[in-house]
Design a protein around this ligand. Structure first.
Ligand SMILES: Nc1ncnc2c1ncn2[C@@H]1O[C@H](COP(=O)(O)OP(=O)(O)OP(=O)(O)O)[C@@H](O)[C@H]1O
Ligand SMILES: [Mg+2]
Length: 214
């Protein structure tokens, strides 16, 4: 069965496209067929795909909110994983994504303000749970963390107040994310073993959640 992962946050610049591309490559490297869906009219993911003409070998398509549910149904027959790169300030798109997703990831900076700032999204997911018995699963992903682990620990209770947890694996602020994304690549092609390790660990955690999902 295909699994749909939606990476959503109404706030811009939190790392949605960066996380989508990097975990997409990780999952594909594990032997799965991955389709990346760009819901951004700026087409950041499509630009990334075209930067090298490769996009690390992933297929990337664009879909809008009106066609999302119908087209995903068709497309997903050919793939093991579909990764939706959400866009900022697009409530209806987020609603359509929540309905098709098995797992929603909400990238946030390690700050309680960012967690609270995502309340429109967490409330929409909670409302969806009332009719679906818990689908989609949803977690915050802490991105651009510094070595200040105290800050990360402080964020967790803020997350839990919203009813959602943070994933255990955290992504740190590293130039290699900017650099590889700008070249149409991922940390798999970069020279930073720590970045590769954190992306691999995050991907493993995500796959485990999906394996246990109904
Ligand atoms: N962990 C990180 N370390 C360093 N730079 C990062 C990290 N994550 C993201 N960035 C950089 O931050 C900027 C915003 O990231 P990205 O484009 O992935 O965010 P986004 O949520 O998709 O933004 P938008 O809402 O505009 O689509 C980019 O320049 C990206 O390279
Ligand atoms: Mg983006």
């Amino acid at each position: 069965m295909v699994k749909v992962i939606a990476i959503l946050n109404q706030k811009g610049g939190v790392g949605k496209t960066t996380i989508a591309a990097n975990i997409g490559v990780s999952i594909a490297k594990r032997g799965h067929k991955v389709l990346m869906v760009d819901s951004d009219p700026q087409g950041s993911l499509r630009d990334w795909r075209e930067a090298t003409g490769e996009g690390e070998g992933l297929s990337v398509i664009g879909l809008d909110r009106d066609t999302l549910a119908k087209e995903i149904d068709e497309i997903k027959k050919a793939y093991d994983f579909v990764i939706l790169d959400g866009r900022a300030k697009a409530e209806k798109m987020a609603g359509a994504s929540i309905r098709v997703a098995d797992l929603v990831l909400i990238p946030v900076a390690p700050s309680a303000l960012d967690i609270w700032g995502a309340s429109d999204l967490t409330e929409a997911i909670a409302a969806r749970h009332e009719v679906t018995e818990g689908k989609p699963h949803a977690f915050f992903v802490i991105n651009s963390a510094t070595k200040n682990t105290k800050l990360i620990e402080e964020v967790k209770p803020a997350a839990e107040q919203t009813g959602f947890k943070t994933l255990n694996n955290v992504l740190h602020a590293r130039e290699v994310y900017k650099q590889t994304m700008g070249e149409g690549l991922s940390v798999h092609s970069g020279k930073n073993p720590a970045a590769l390790e954190e992306i691999e660990n995050l991907t493993t955690e995500i796959m485990e959640i999906l394996n246990h999902a109904k």
